[in-house]
Design a protein around this ligand. Structure first.
Ligand code: HEC
Length: 167
């Protein structure tokens, strides 16, 4: 084993830190080419989202479901933090899974949701079912990637659609 004296350890530490700083700043430059310039927000600039024309009550209902989704995500993370895997699985299944999907479908059929919306909703519920399936492993290394997939499905739909209600 390589034994270093205190001075060498400090030096090694500085070199490692130096490399880290270079790597990190290189990473940042890639994302933000010009210093101080704000990255464009797809929801503000070049908004290419498809508007779903919903009646005012349906728009309100849709919004309530979405706010509930966010609360569910928080409740699931909370359950995972507290290592209550059974609760985490139950919340995922009952609030984001196929059961929820069937209920949502019934409501959406009477409104103007385009087919692509159903596909994204379906992908979202499928990702949630997969998450529920993996939670009992109690292995965060398996749970987190699947959790990420659920969140990716949220984001994918948000980039594609917006609600145009009240018309
Ligand atoms: C199939 C499409 C779809 C999926 C999947 C989806 N959303 Fe949404 N969500 C929307 C649309 C459309 C809006 C309205 C956006 C707008 O009009 O600007 C919205 C709005 C929201 C809002 C804002 C509500 C408000 O008060 O205006 C939140 C919060 C939200 N979603 C959370 C989530 C979360 C969390 C998930 C995943 C667990 C999720 N959504 C999955 C379509 C989706």
């Amino acid at each position: 084993m390589l034994l270093l004296n205190r001075g060498e350890q400090v030096l090694l530490g500085r070199v490692a830190l130096g490399i880290l700083v270079v790597v990190l700043s290189a990473g940042c430059t890639e994302v933000e080419p010009r210093h101080g310039e704000q990255r464009s927000n797809p929801y503000l600039t070049s908004d290419t989202r498809h508007p779903i024309p919903l009646s005012s009550p349906a728009g309100q209902e849709h919004r309530a479901v979405m706010l509930q989704h966010l609360e569910t995500i928080q409740a699931i993370v909370n359950a995972l933090v507290e290592e209550d895997y059974e609760l985490a699985k139950g919340l995922t299944e009952s609030h984001l899974g196929f059961f929820m999907h069937r209920q949502a479908m019934a409501q959406q059929q009477s409104e103007n949701f385009p087919p692509a919306y159903y596909d994204l909703a379906m992908a979202h519920h499928a990702a949630a079912e997969e998450l529920a399936r993996i939670i009992p492993t109690k292995d965060l290394k398996q749970i987190l990637p699947q959790f990420n997939n659920v969140l990716k499905a949220c984001v994918a739909c948000h980039l594609e659609f917006k609600v145009k209600s009240g018309s």
